[in-house]
Ligand binder design. Sequence first.
Ligand code: AP5
Length: 225
Amino acid sequence: MNAAGGAGIRLVLLGAPGAGKGTQAAEITKRLGLPHISTGDLLRVAIRDGSPLGRKVAAIVERGELVPDALIGEVMEERLSRRDAAGGFLLDGFPRTPAQADILDRMLVRRGQTLDRVILIEVPETEIVERLAGRRSCGRCGAVYHVRYNPPGVEGICDRCGSRLQQRPDDAEAVIKDRLRAYREQTAPLVARYEKAGLLVPVDGRGRPDEVFGRIAGGIPGLRE
Ligand code: AP5
């Protein structure tokens, strides 16, 4: 099946830090039965485990800068080669630069695949700062909360696995500014590229997560509310 049927669909989620990519990705992948492939999550696991990759990227991620394209390319080559990605996927946080978009294009061509849609979640920067400052994440299962907009049942504890919630080090206010700058300078140019390719689905990311999901569902055939 293709975009019209769910399985086999290949999606990219684009948007500034804190736009709600991870939140929406969780819902989209649950409904469509796709793997949620987040470069941020892959890097954070590597950092937490102290792997060679994690040691290389820890300081870069903590400063809110982008990891070098070649390294991200290696990570994604390995991840997209796993069996679960053969039947479609949702990419969250990749590609993030024009060079990464070229890398993805080459990977897809080698596999005889194409992208179906690139969903752009748009949120004003003032709202983004508030979202990131209030975010709490589960280091164990990856669930994401917000102290005000999406609080867990018991303060500081993950609803899903019972672990203690944490604040990401790169959600410090000074680092948020640098991440937003990296987005504006290095990632935002991808919007025009995917628009030109006829793949872009721009979505207003304001409002409750279920409202945002409803807008996304309206632009993705096969994704029912
Ligand atoms: P990554 O993990 O990809 O972070 P990001 O893009 O900065 O995005 P976030 O995870 O911060 O936000 P999100 O859009 O997923 O929002 P969320 O749903 O959590 O990357 C981290 C770092 O890794 C980068 O800075 C870089 O160093 C490195 N990296 C990763 N990929 C890379 C790549 N390809 N190349 C190079 N380097 C790379 O929501 C945010 C908060 O808002 C939550 O608290 C949530 O509960 C809340 N929220 C969500 N939706 C709503 C809503 N509708 N209303 C109110 N609150 C909401």
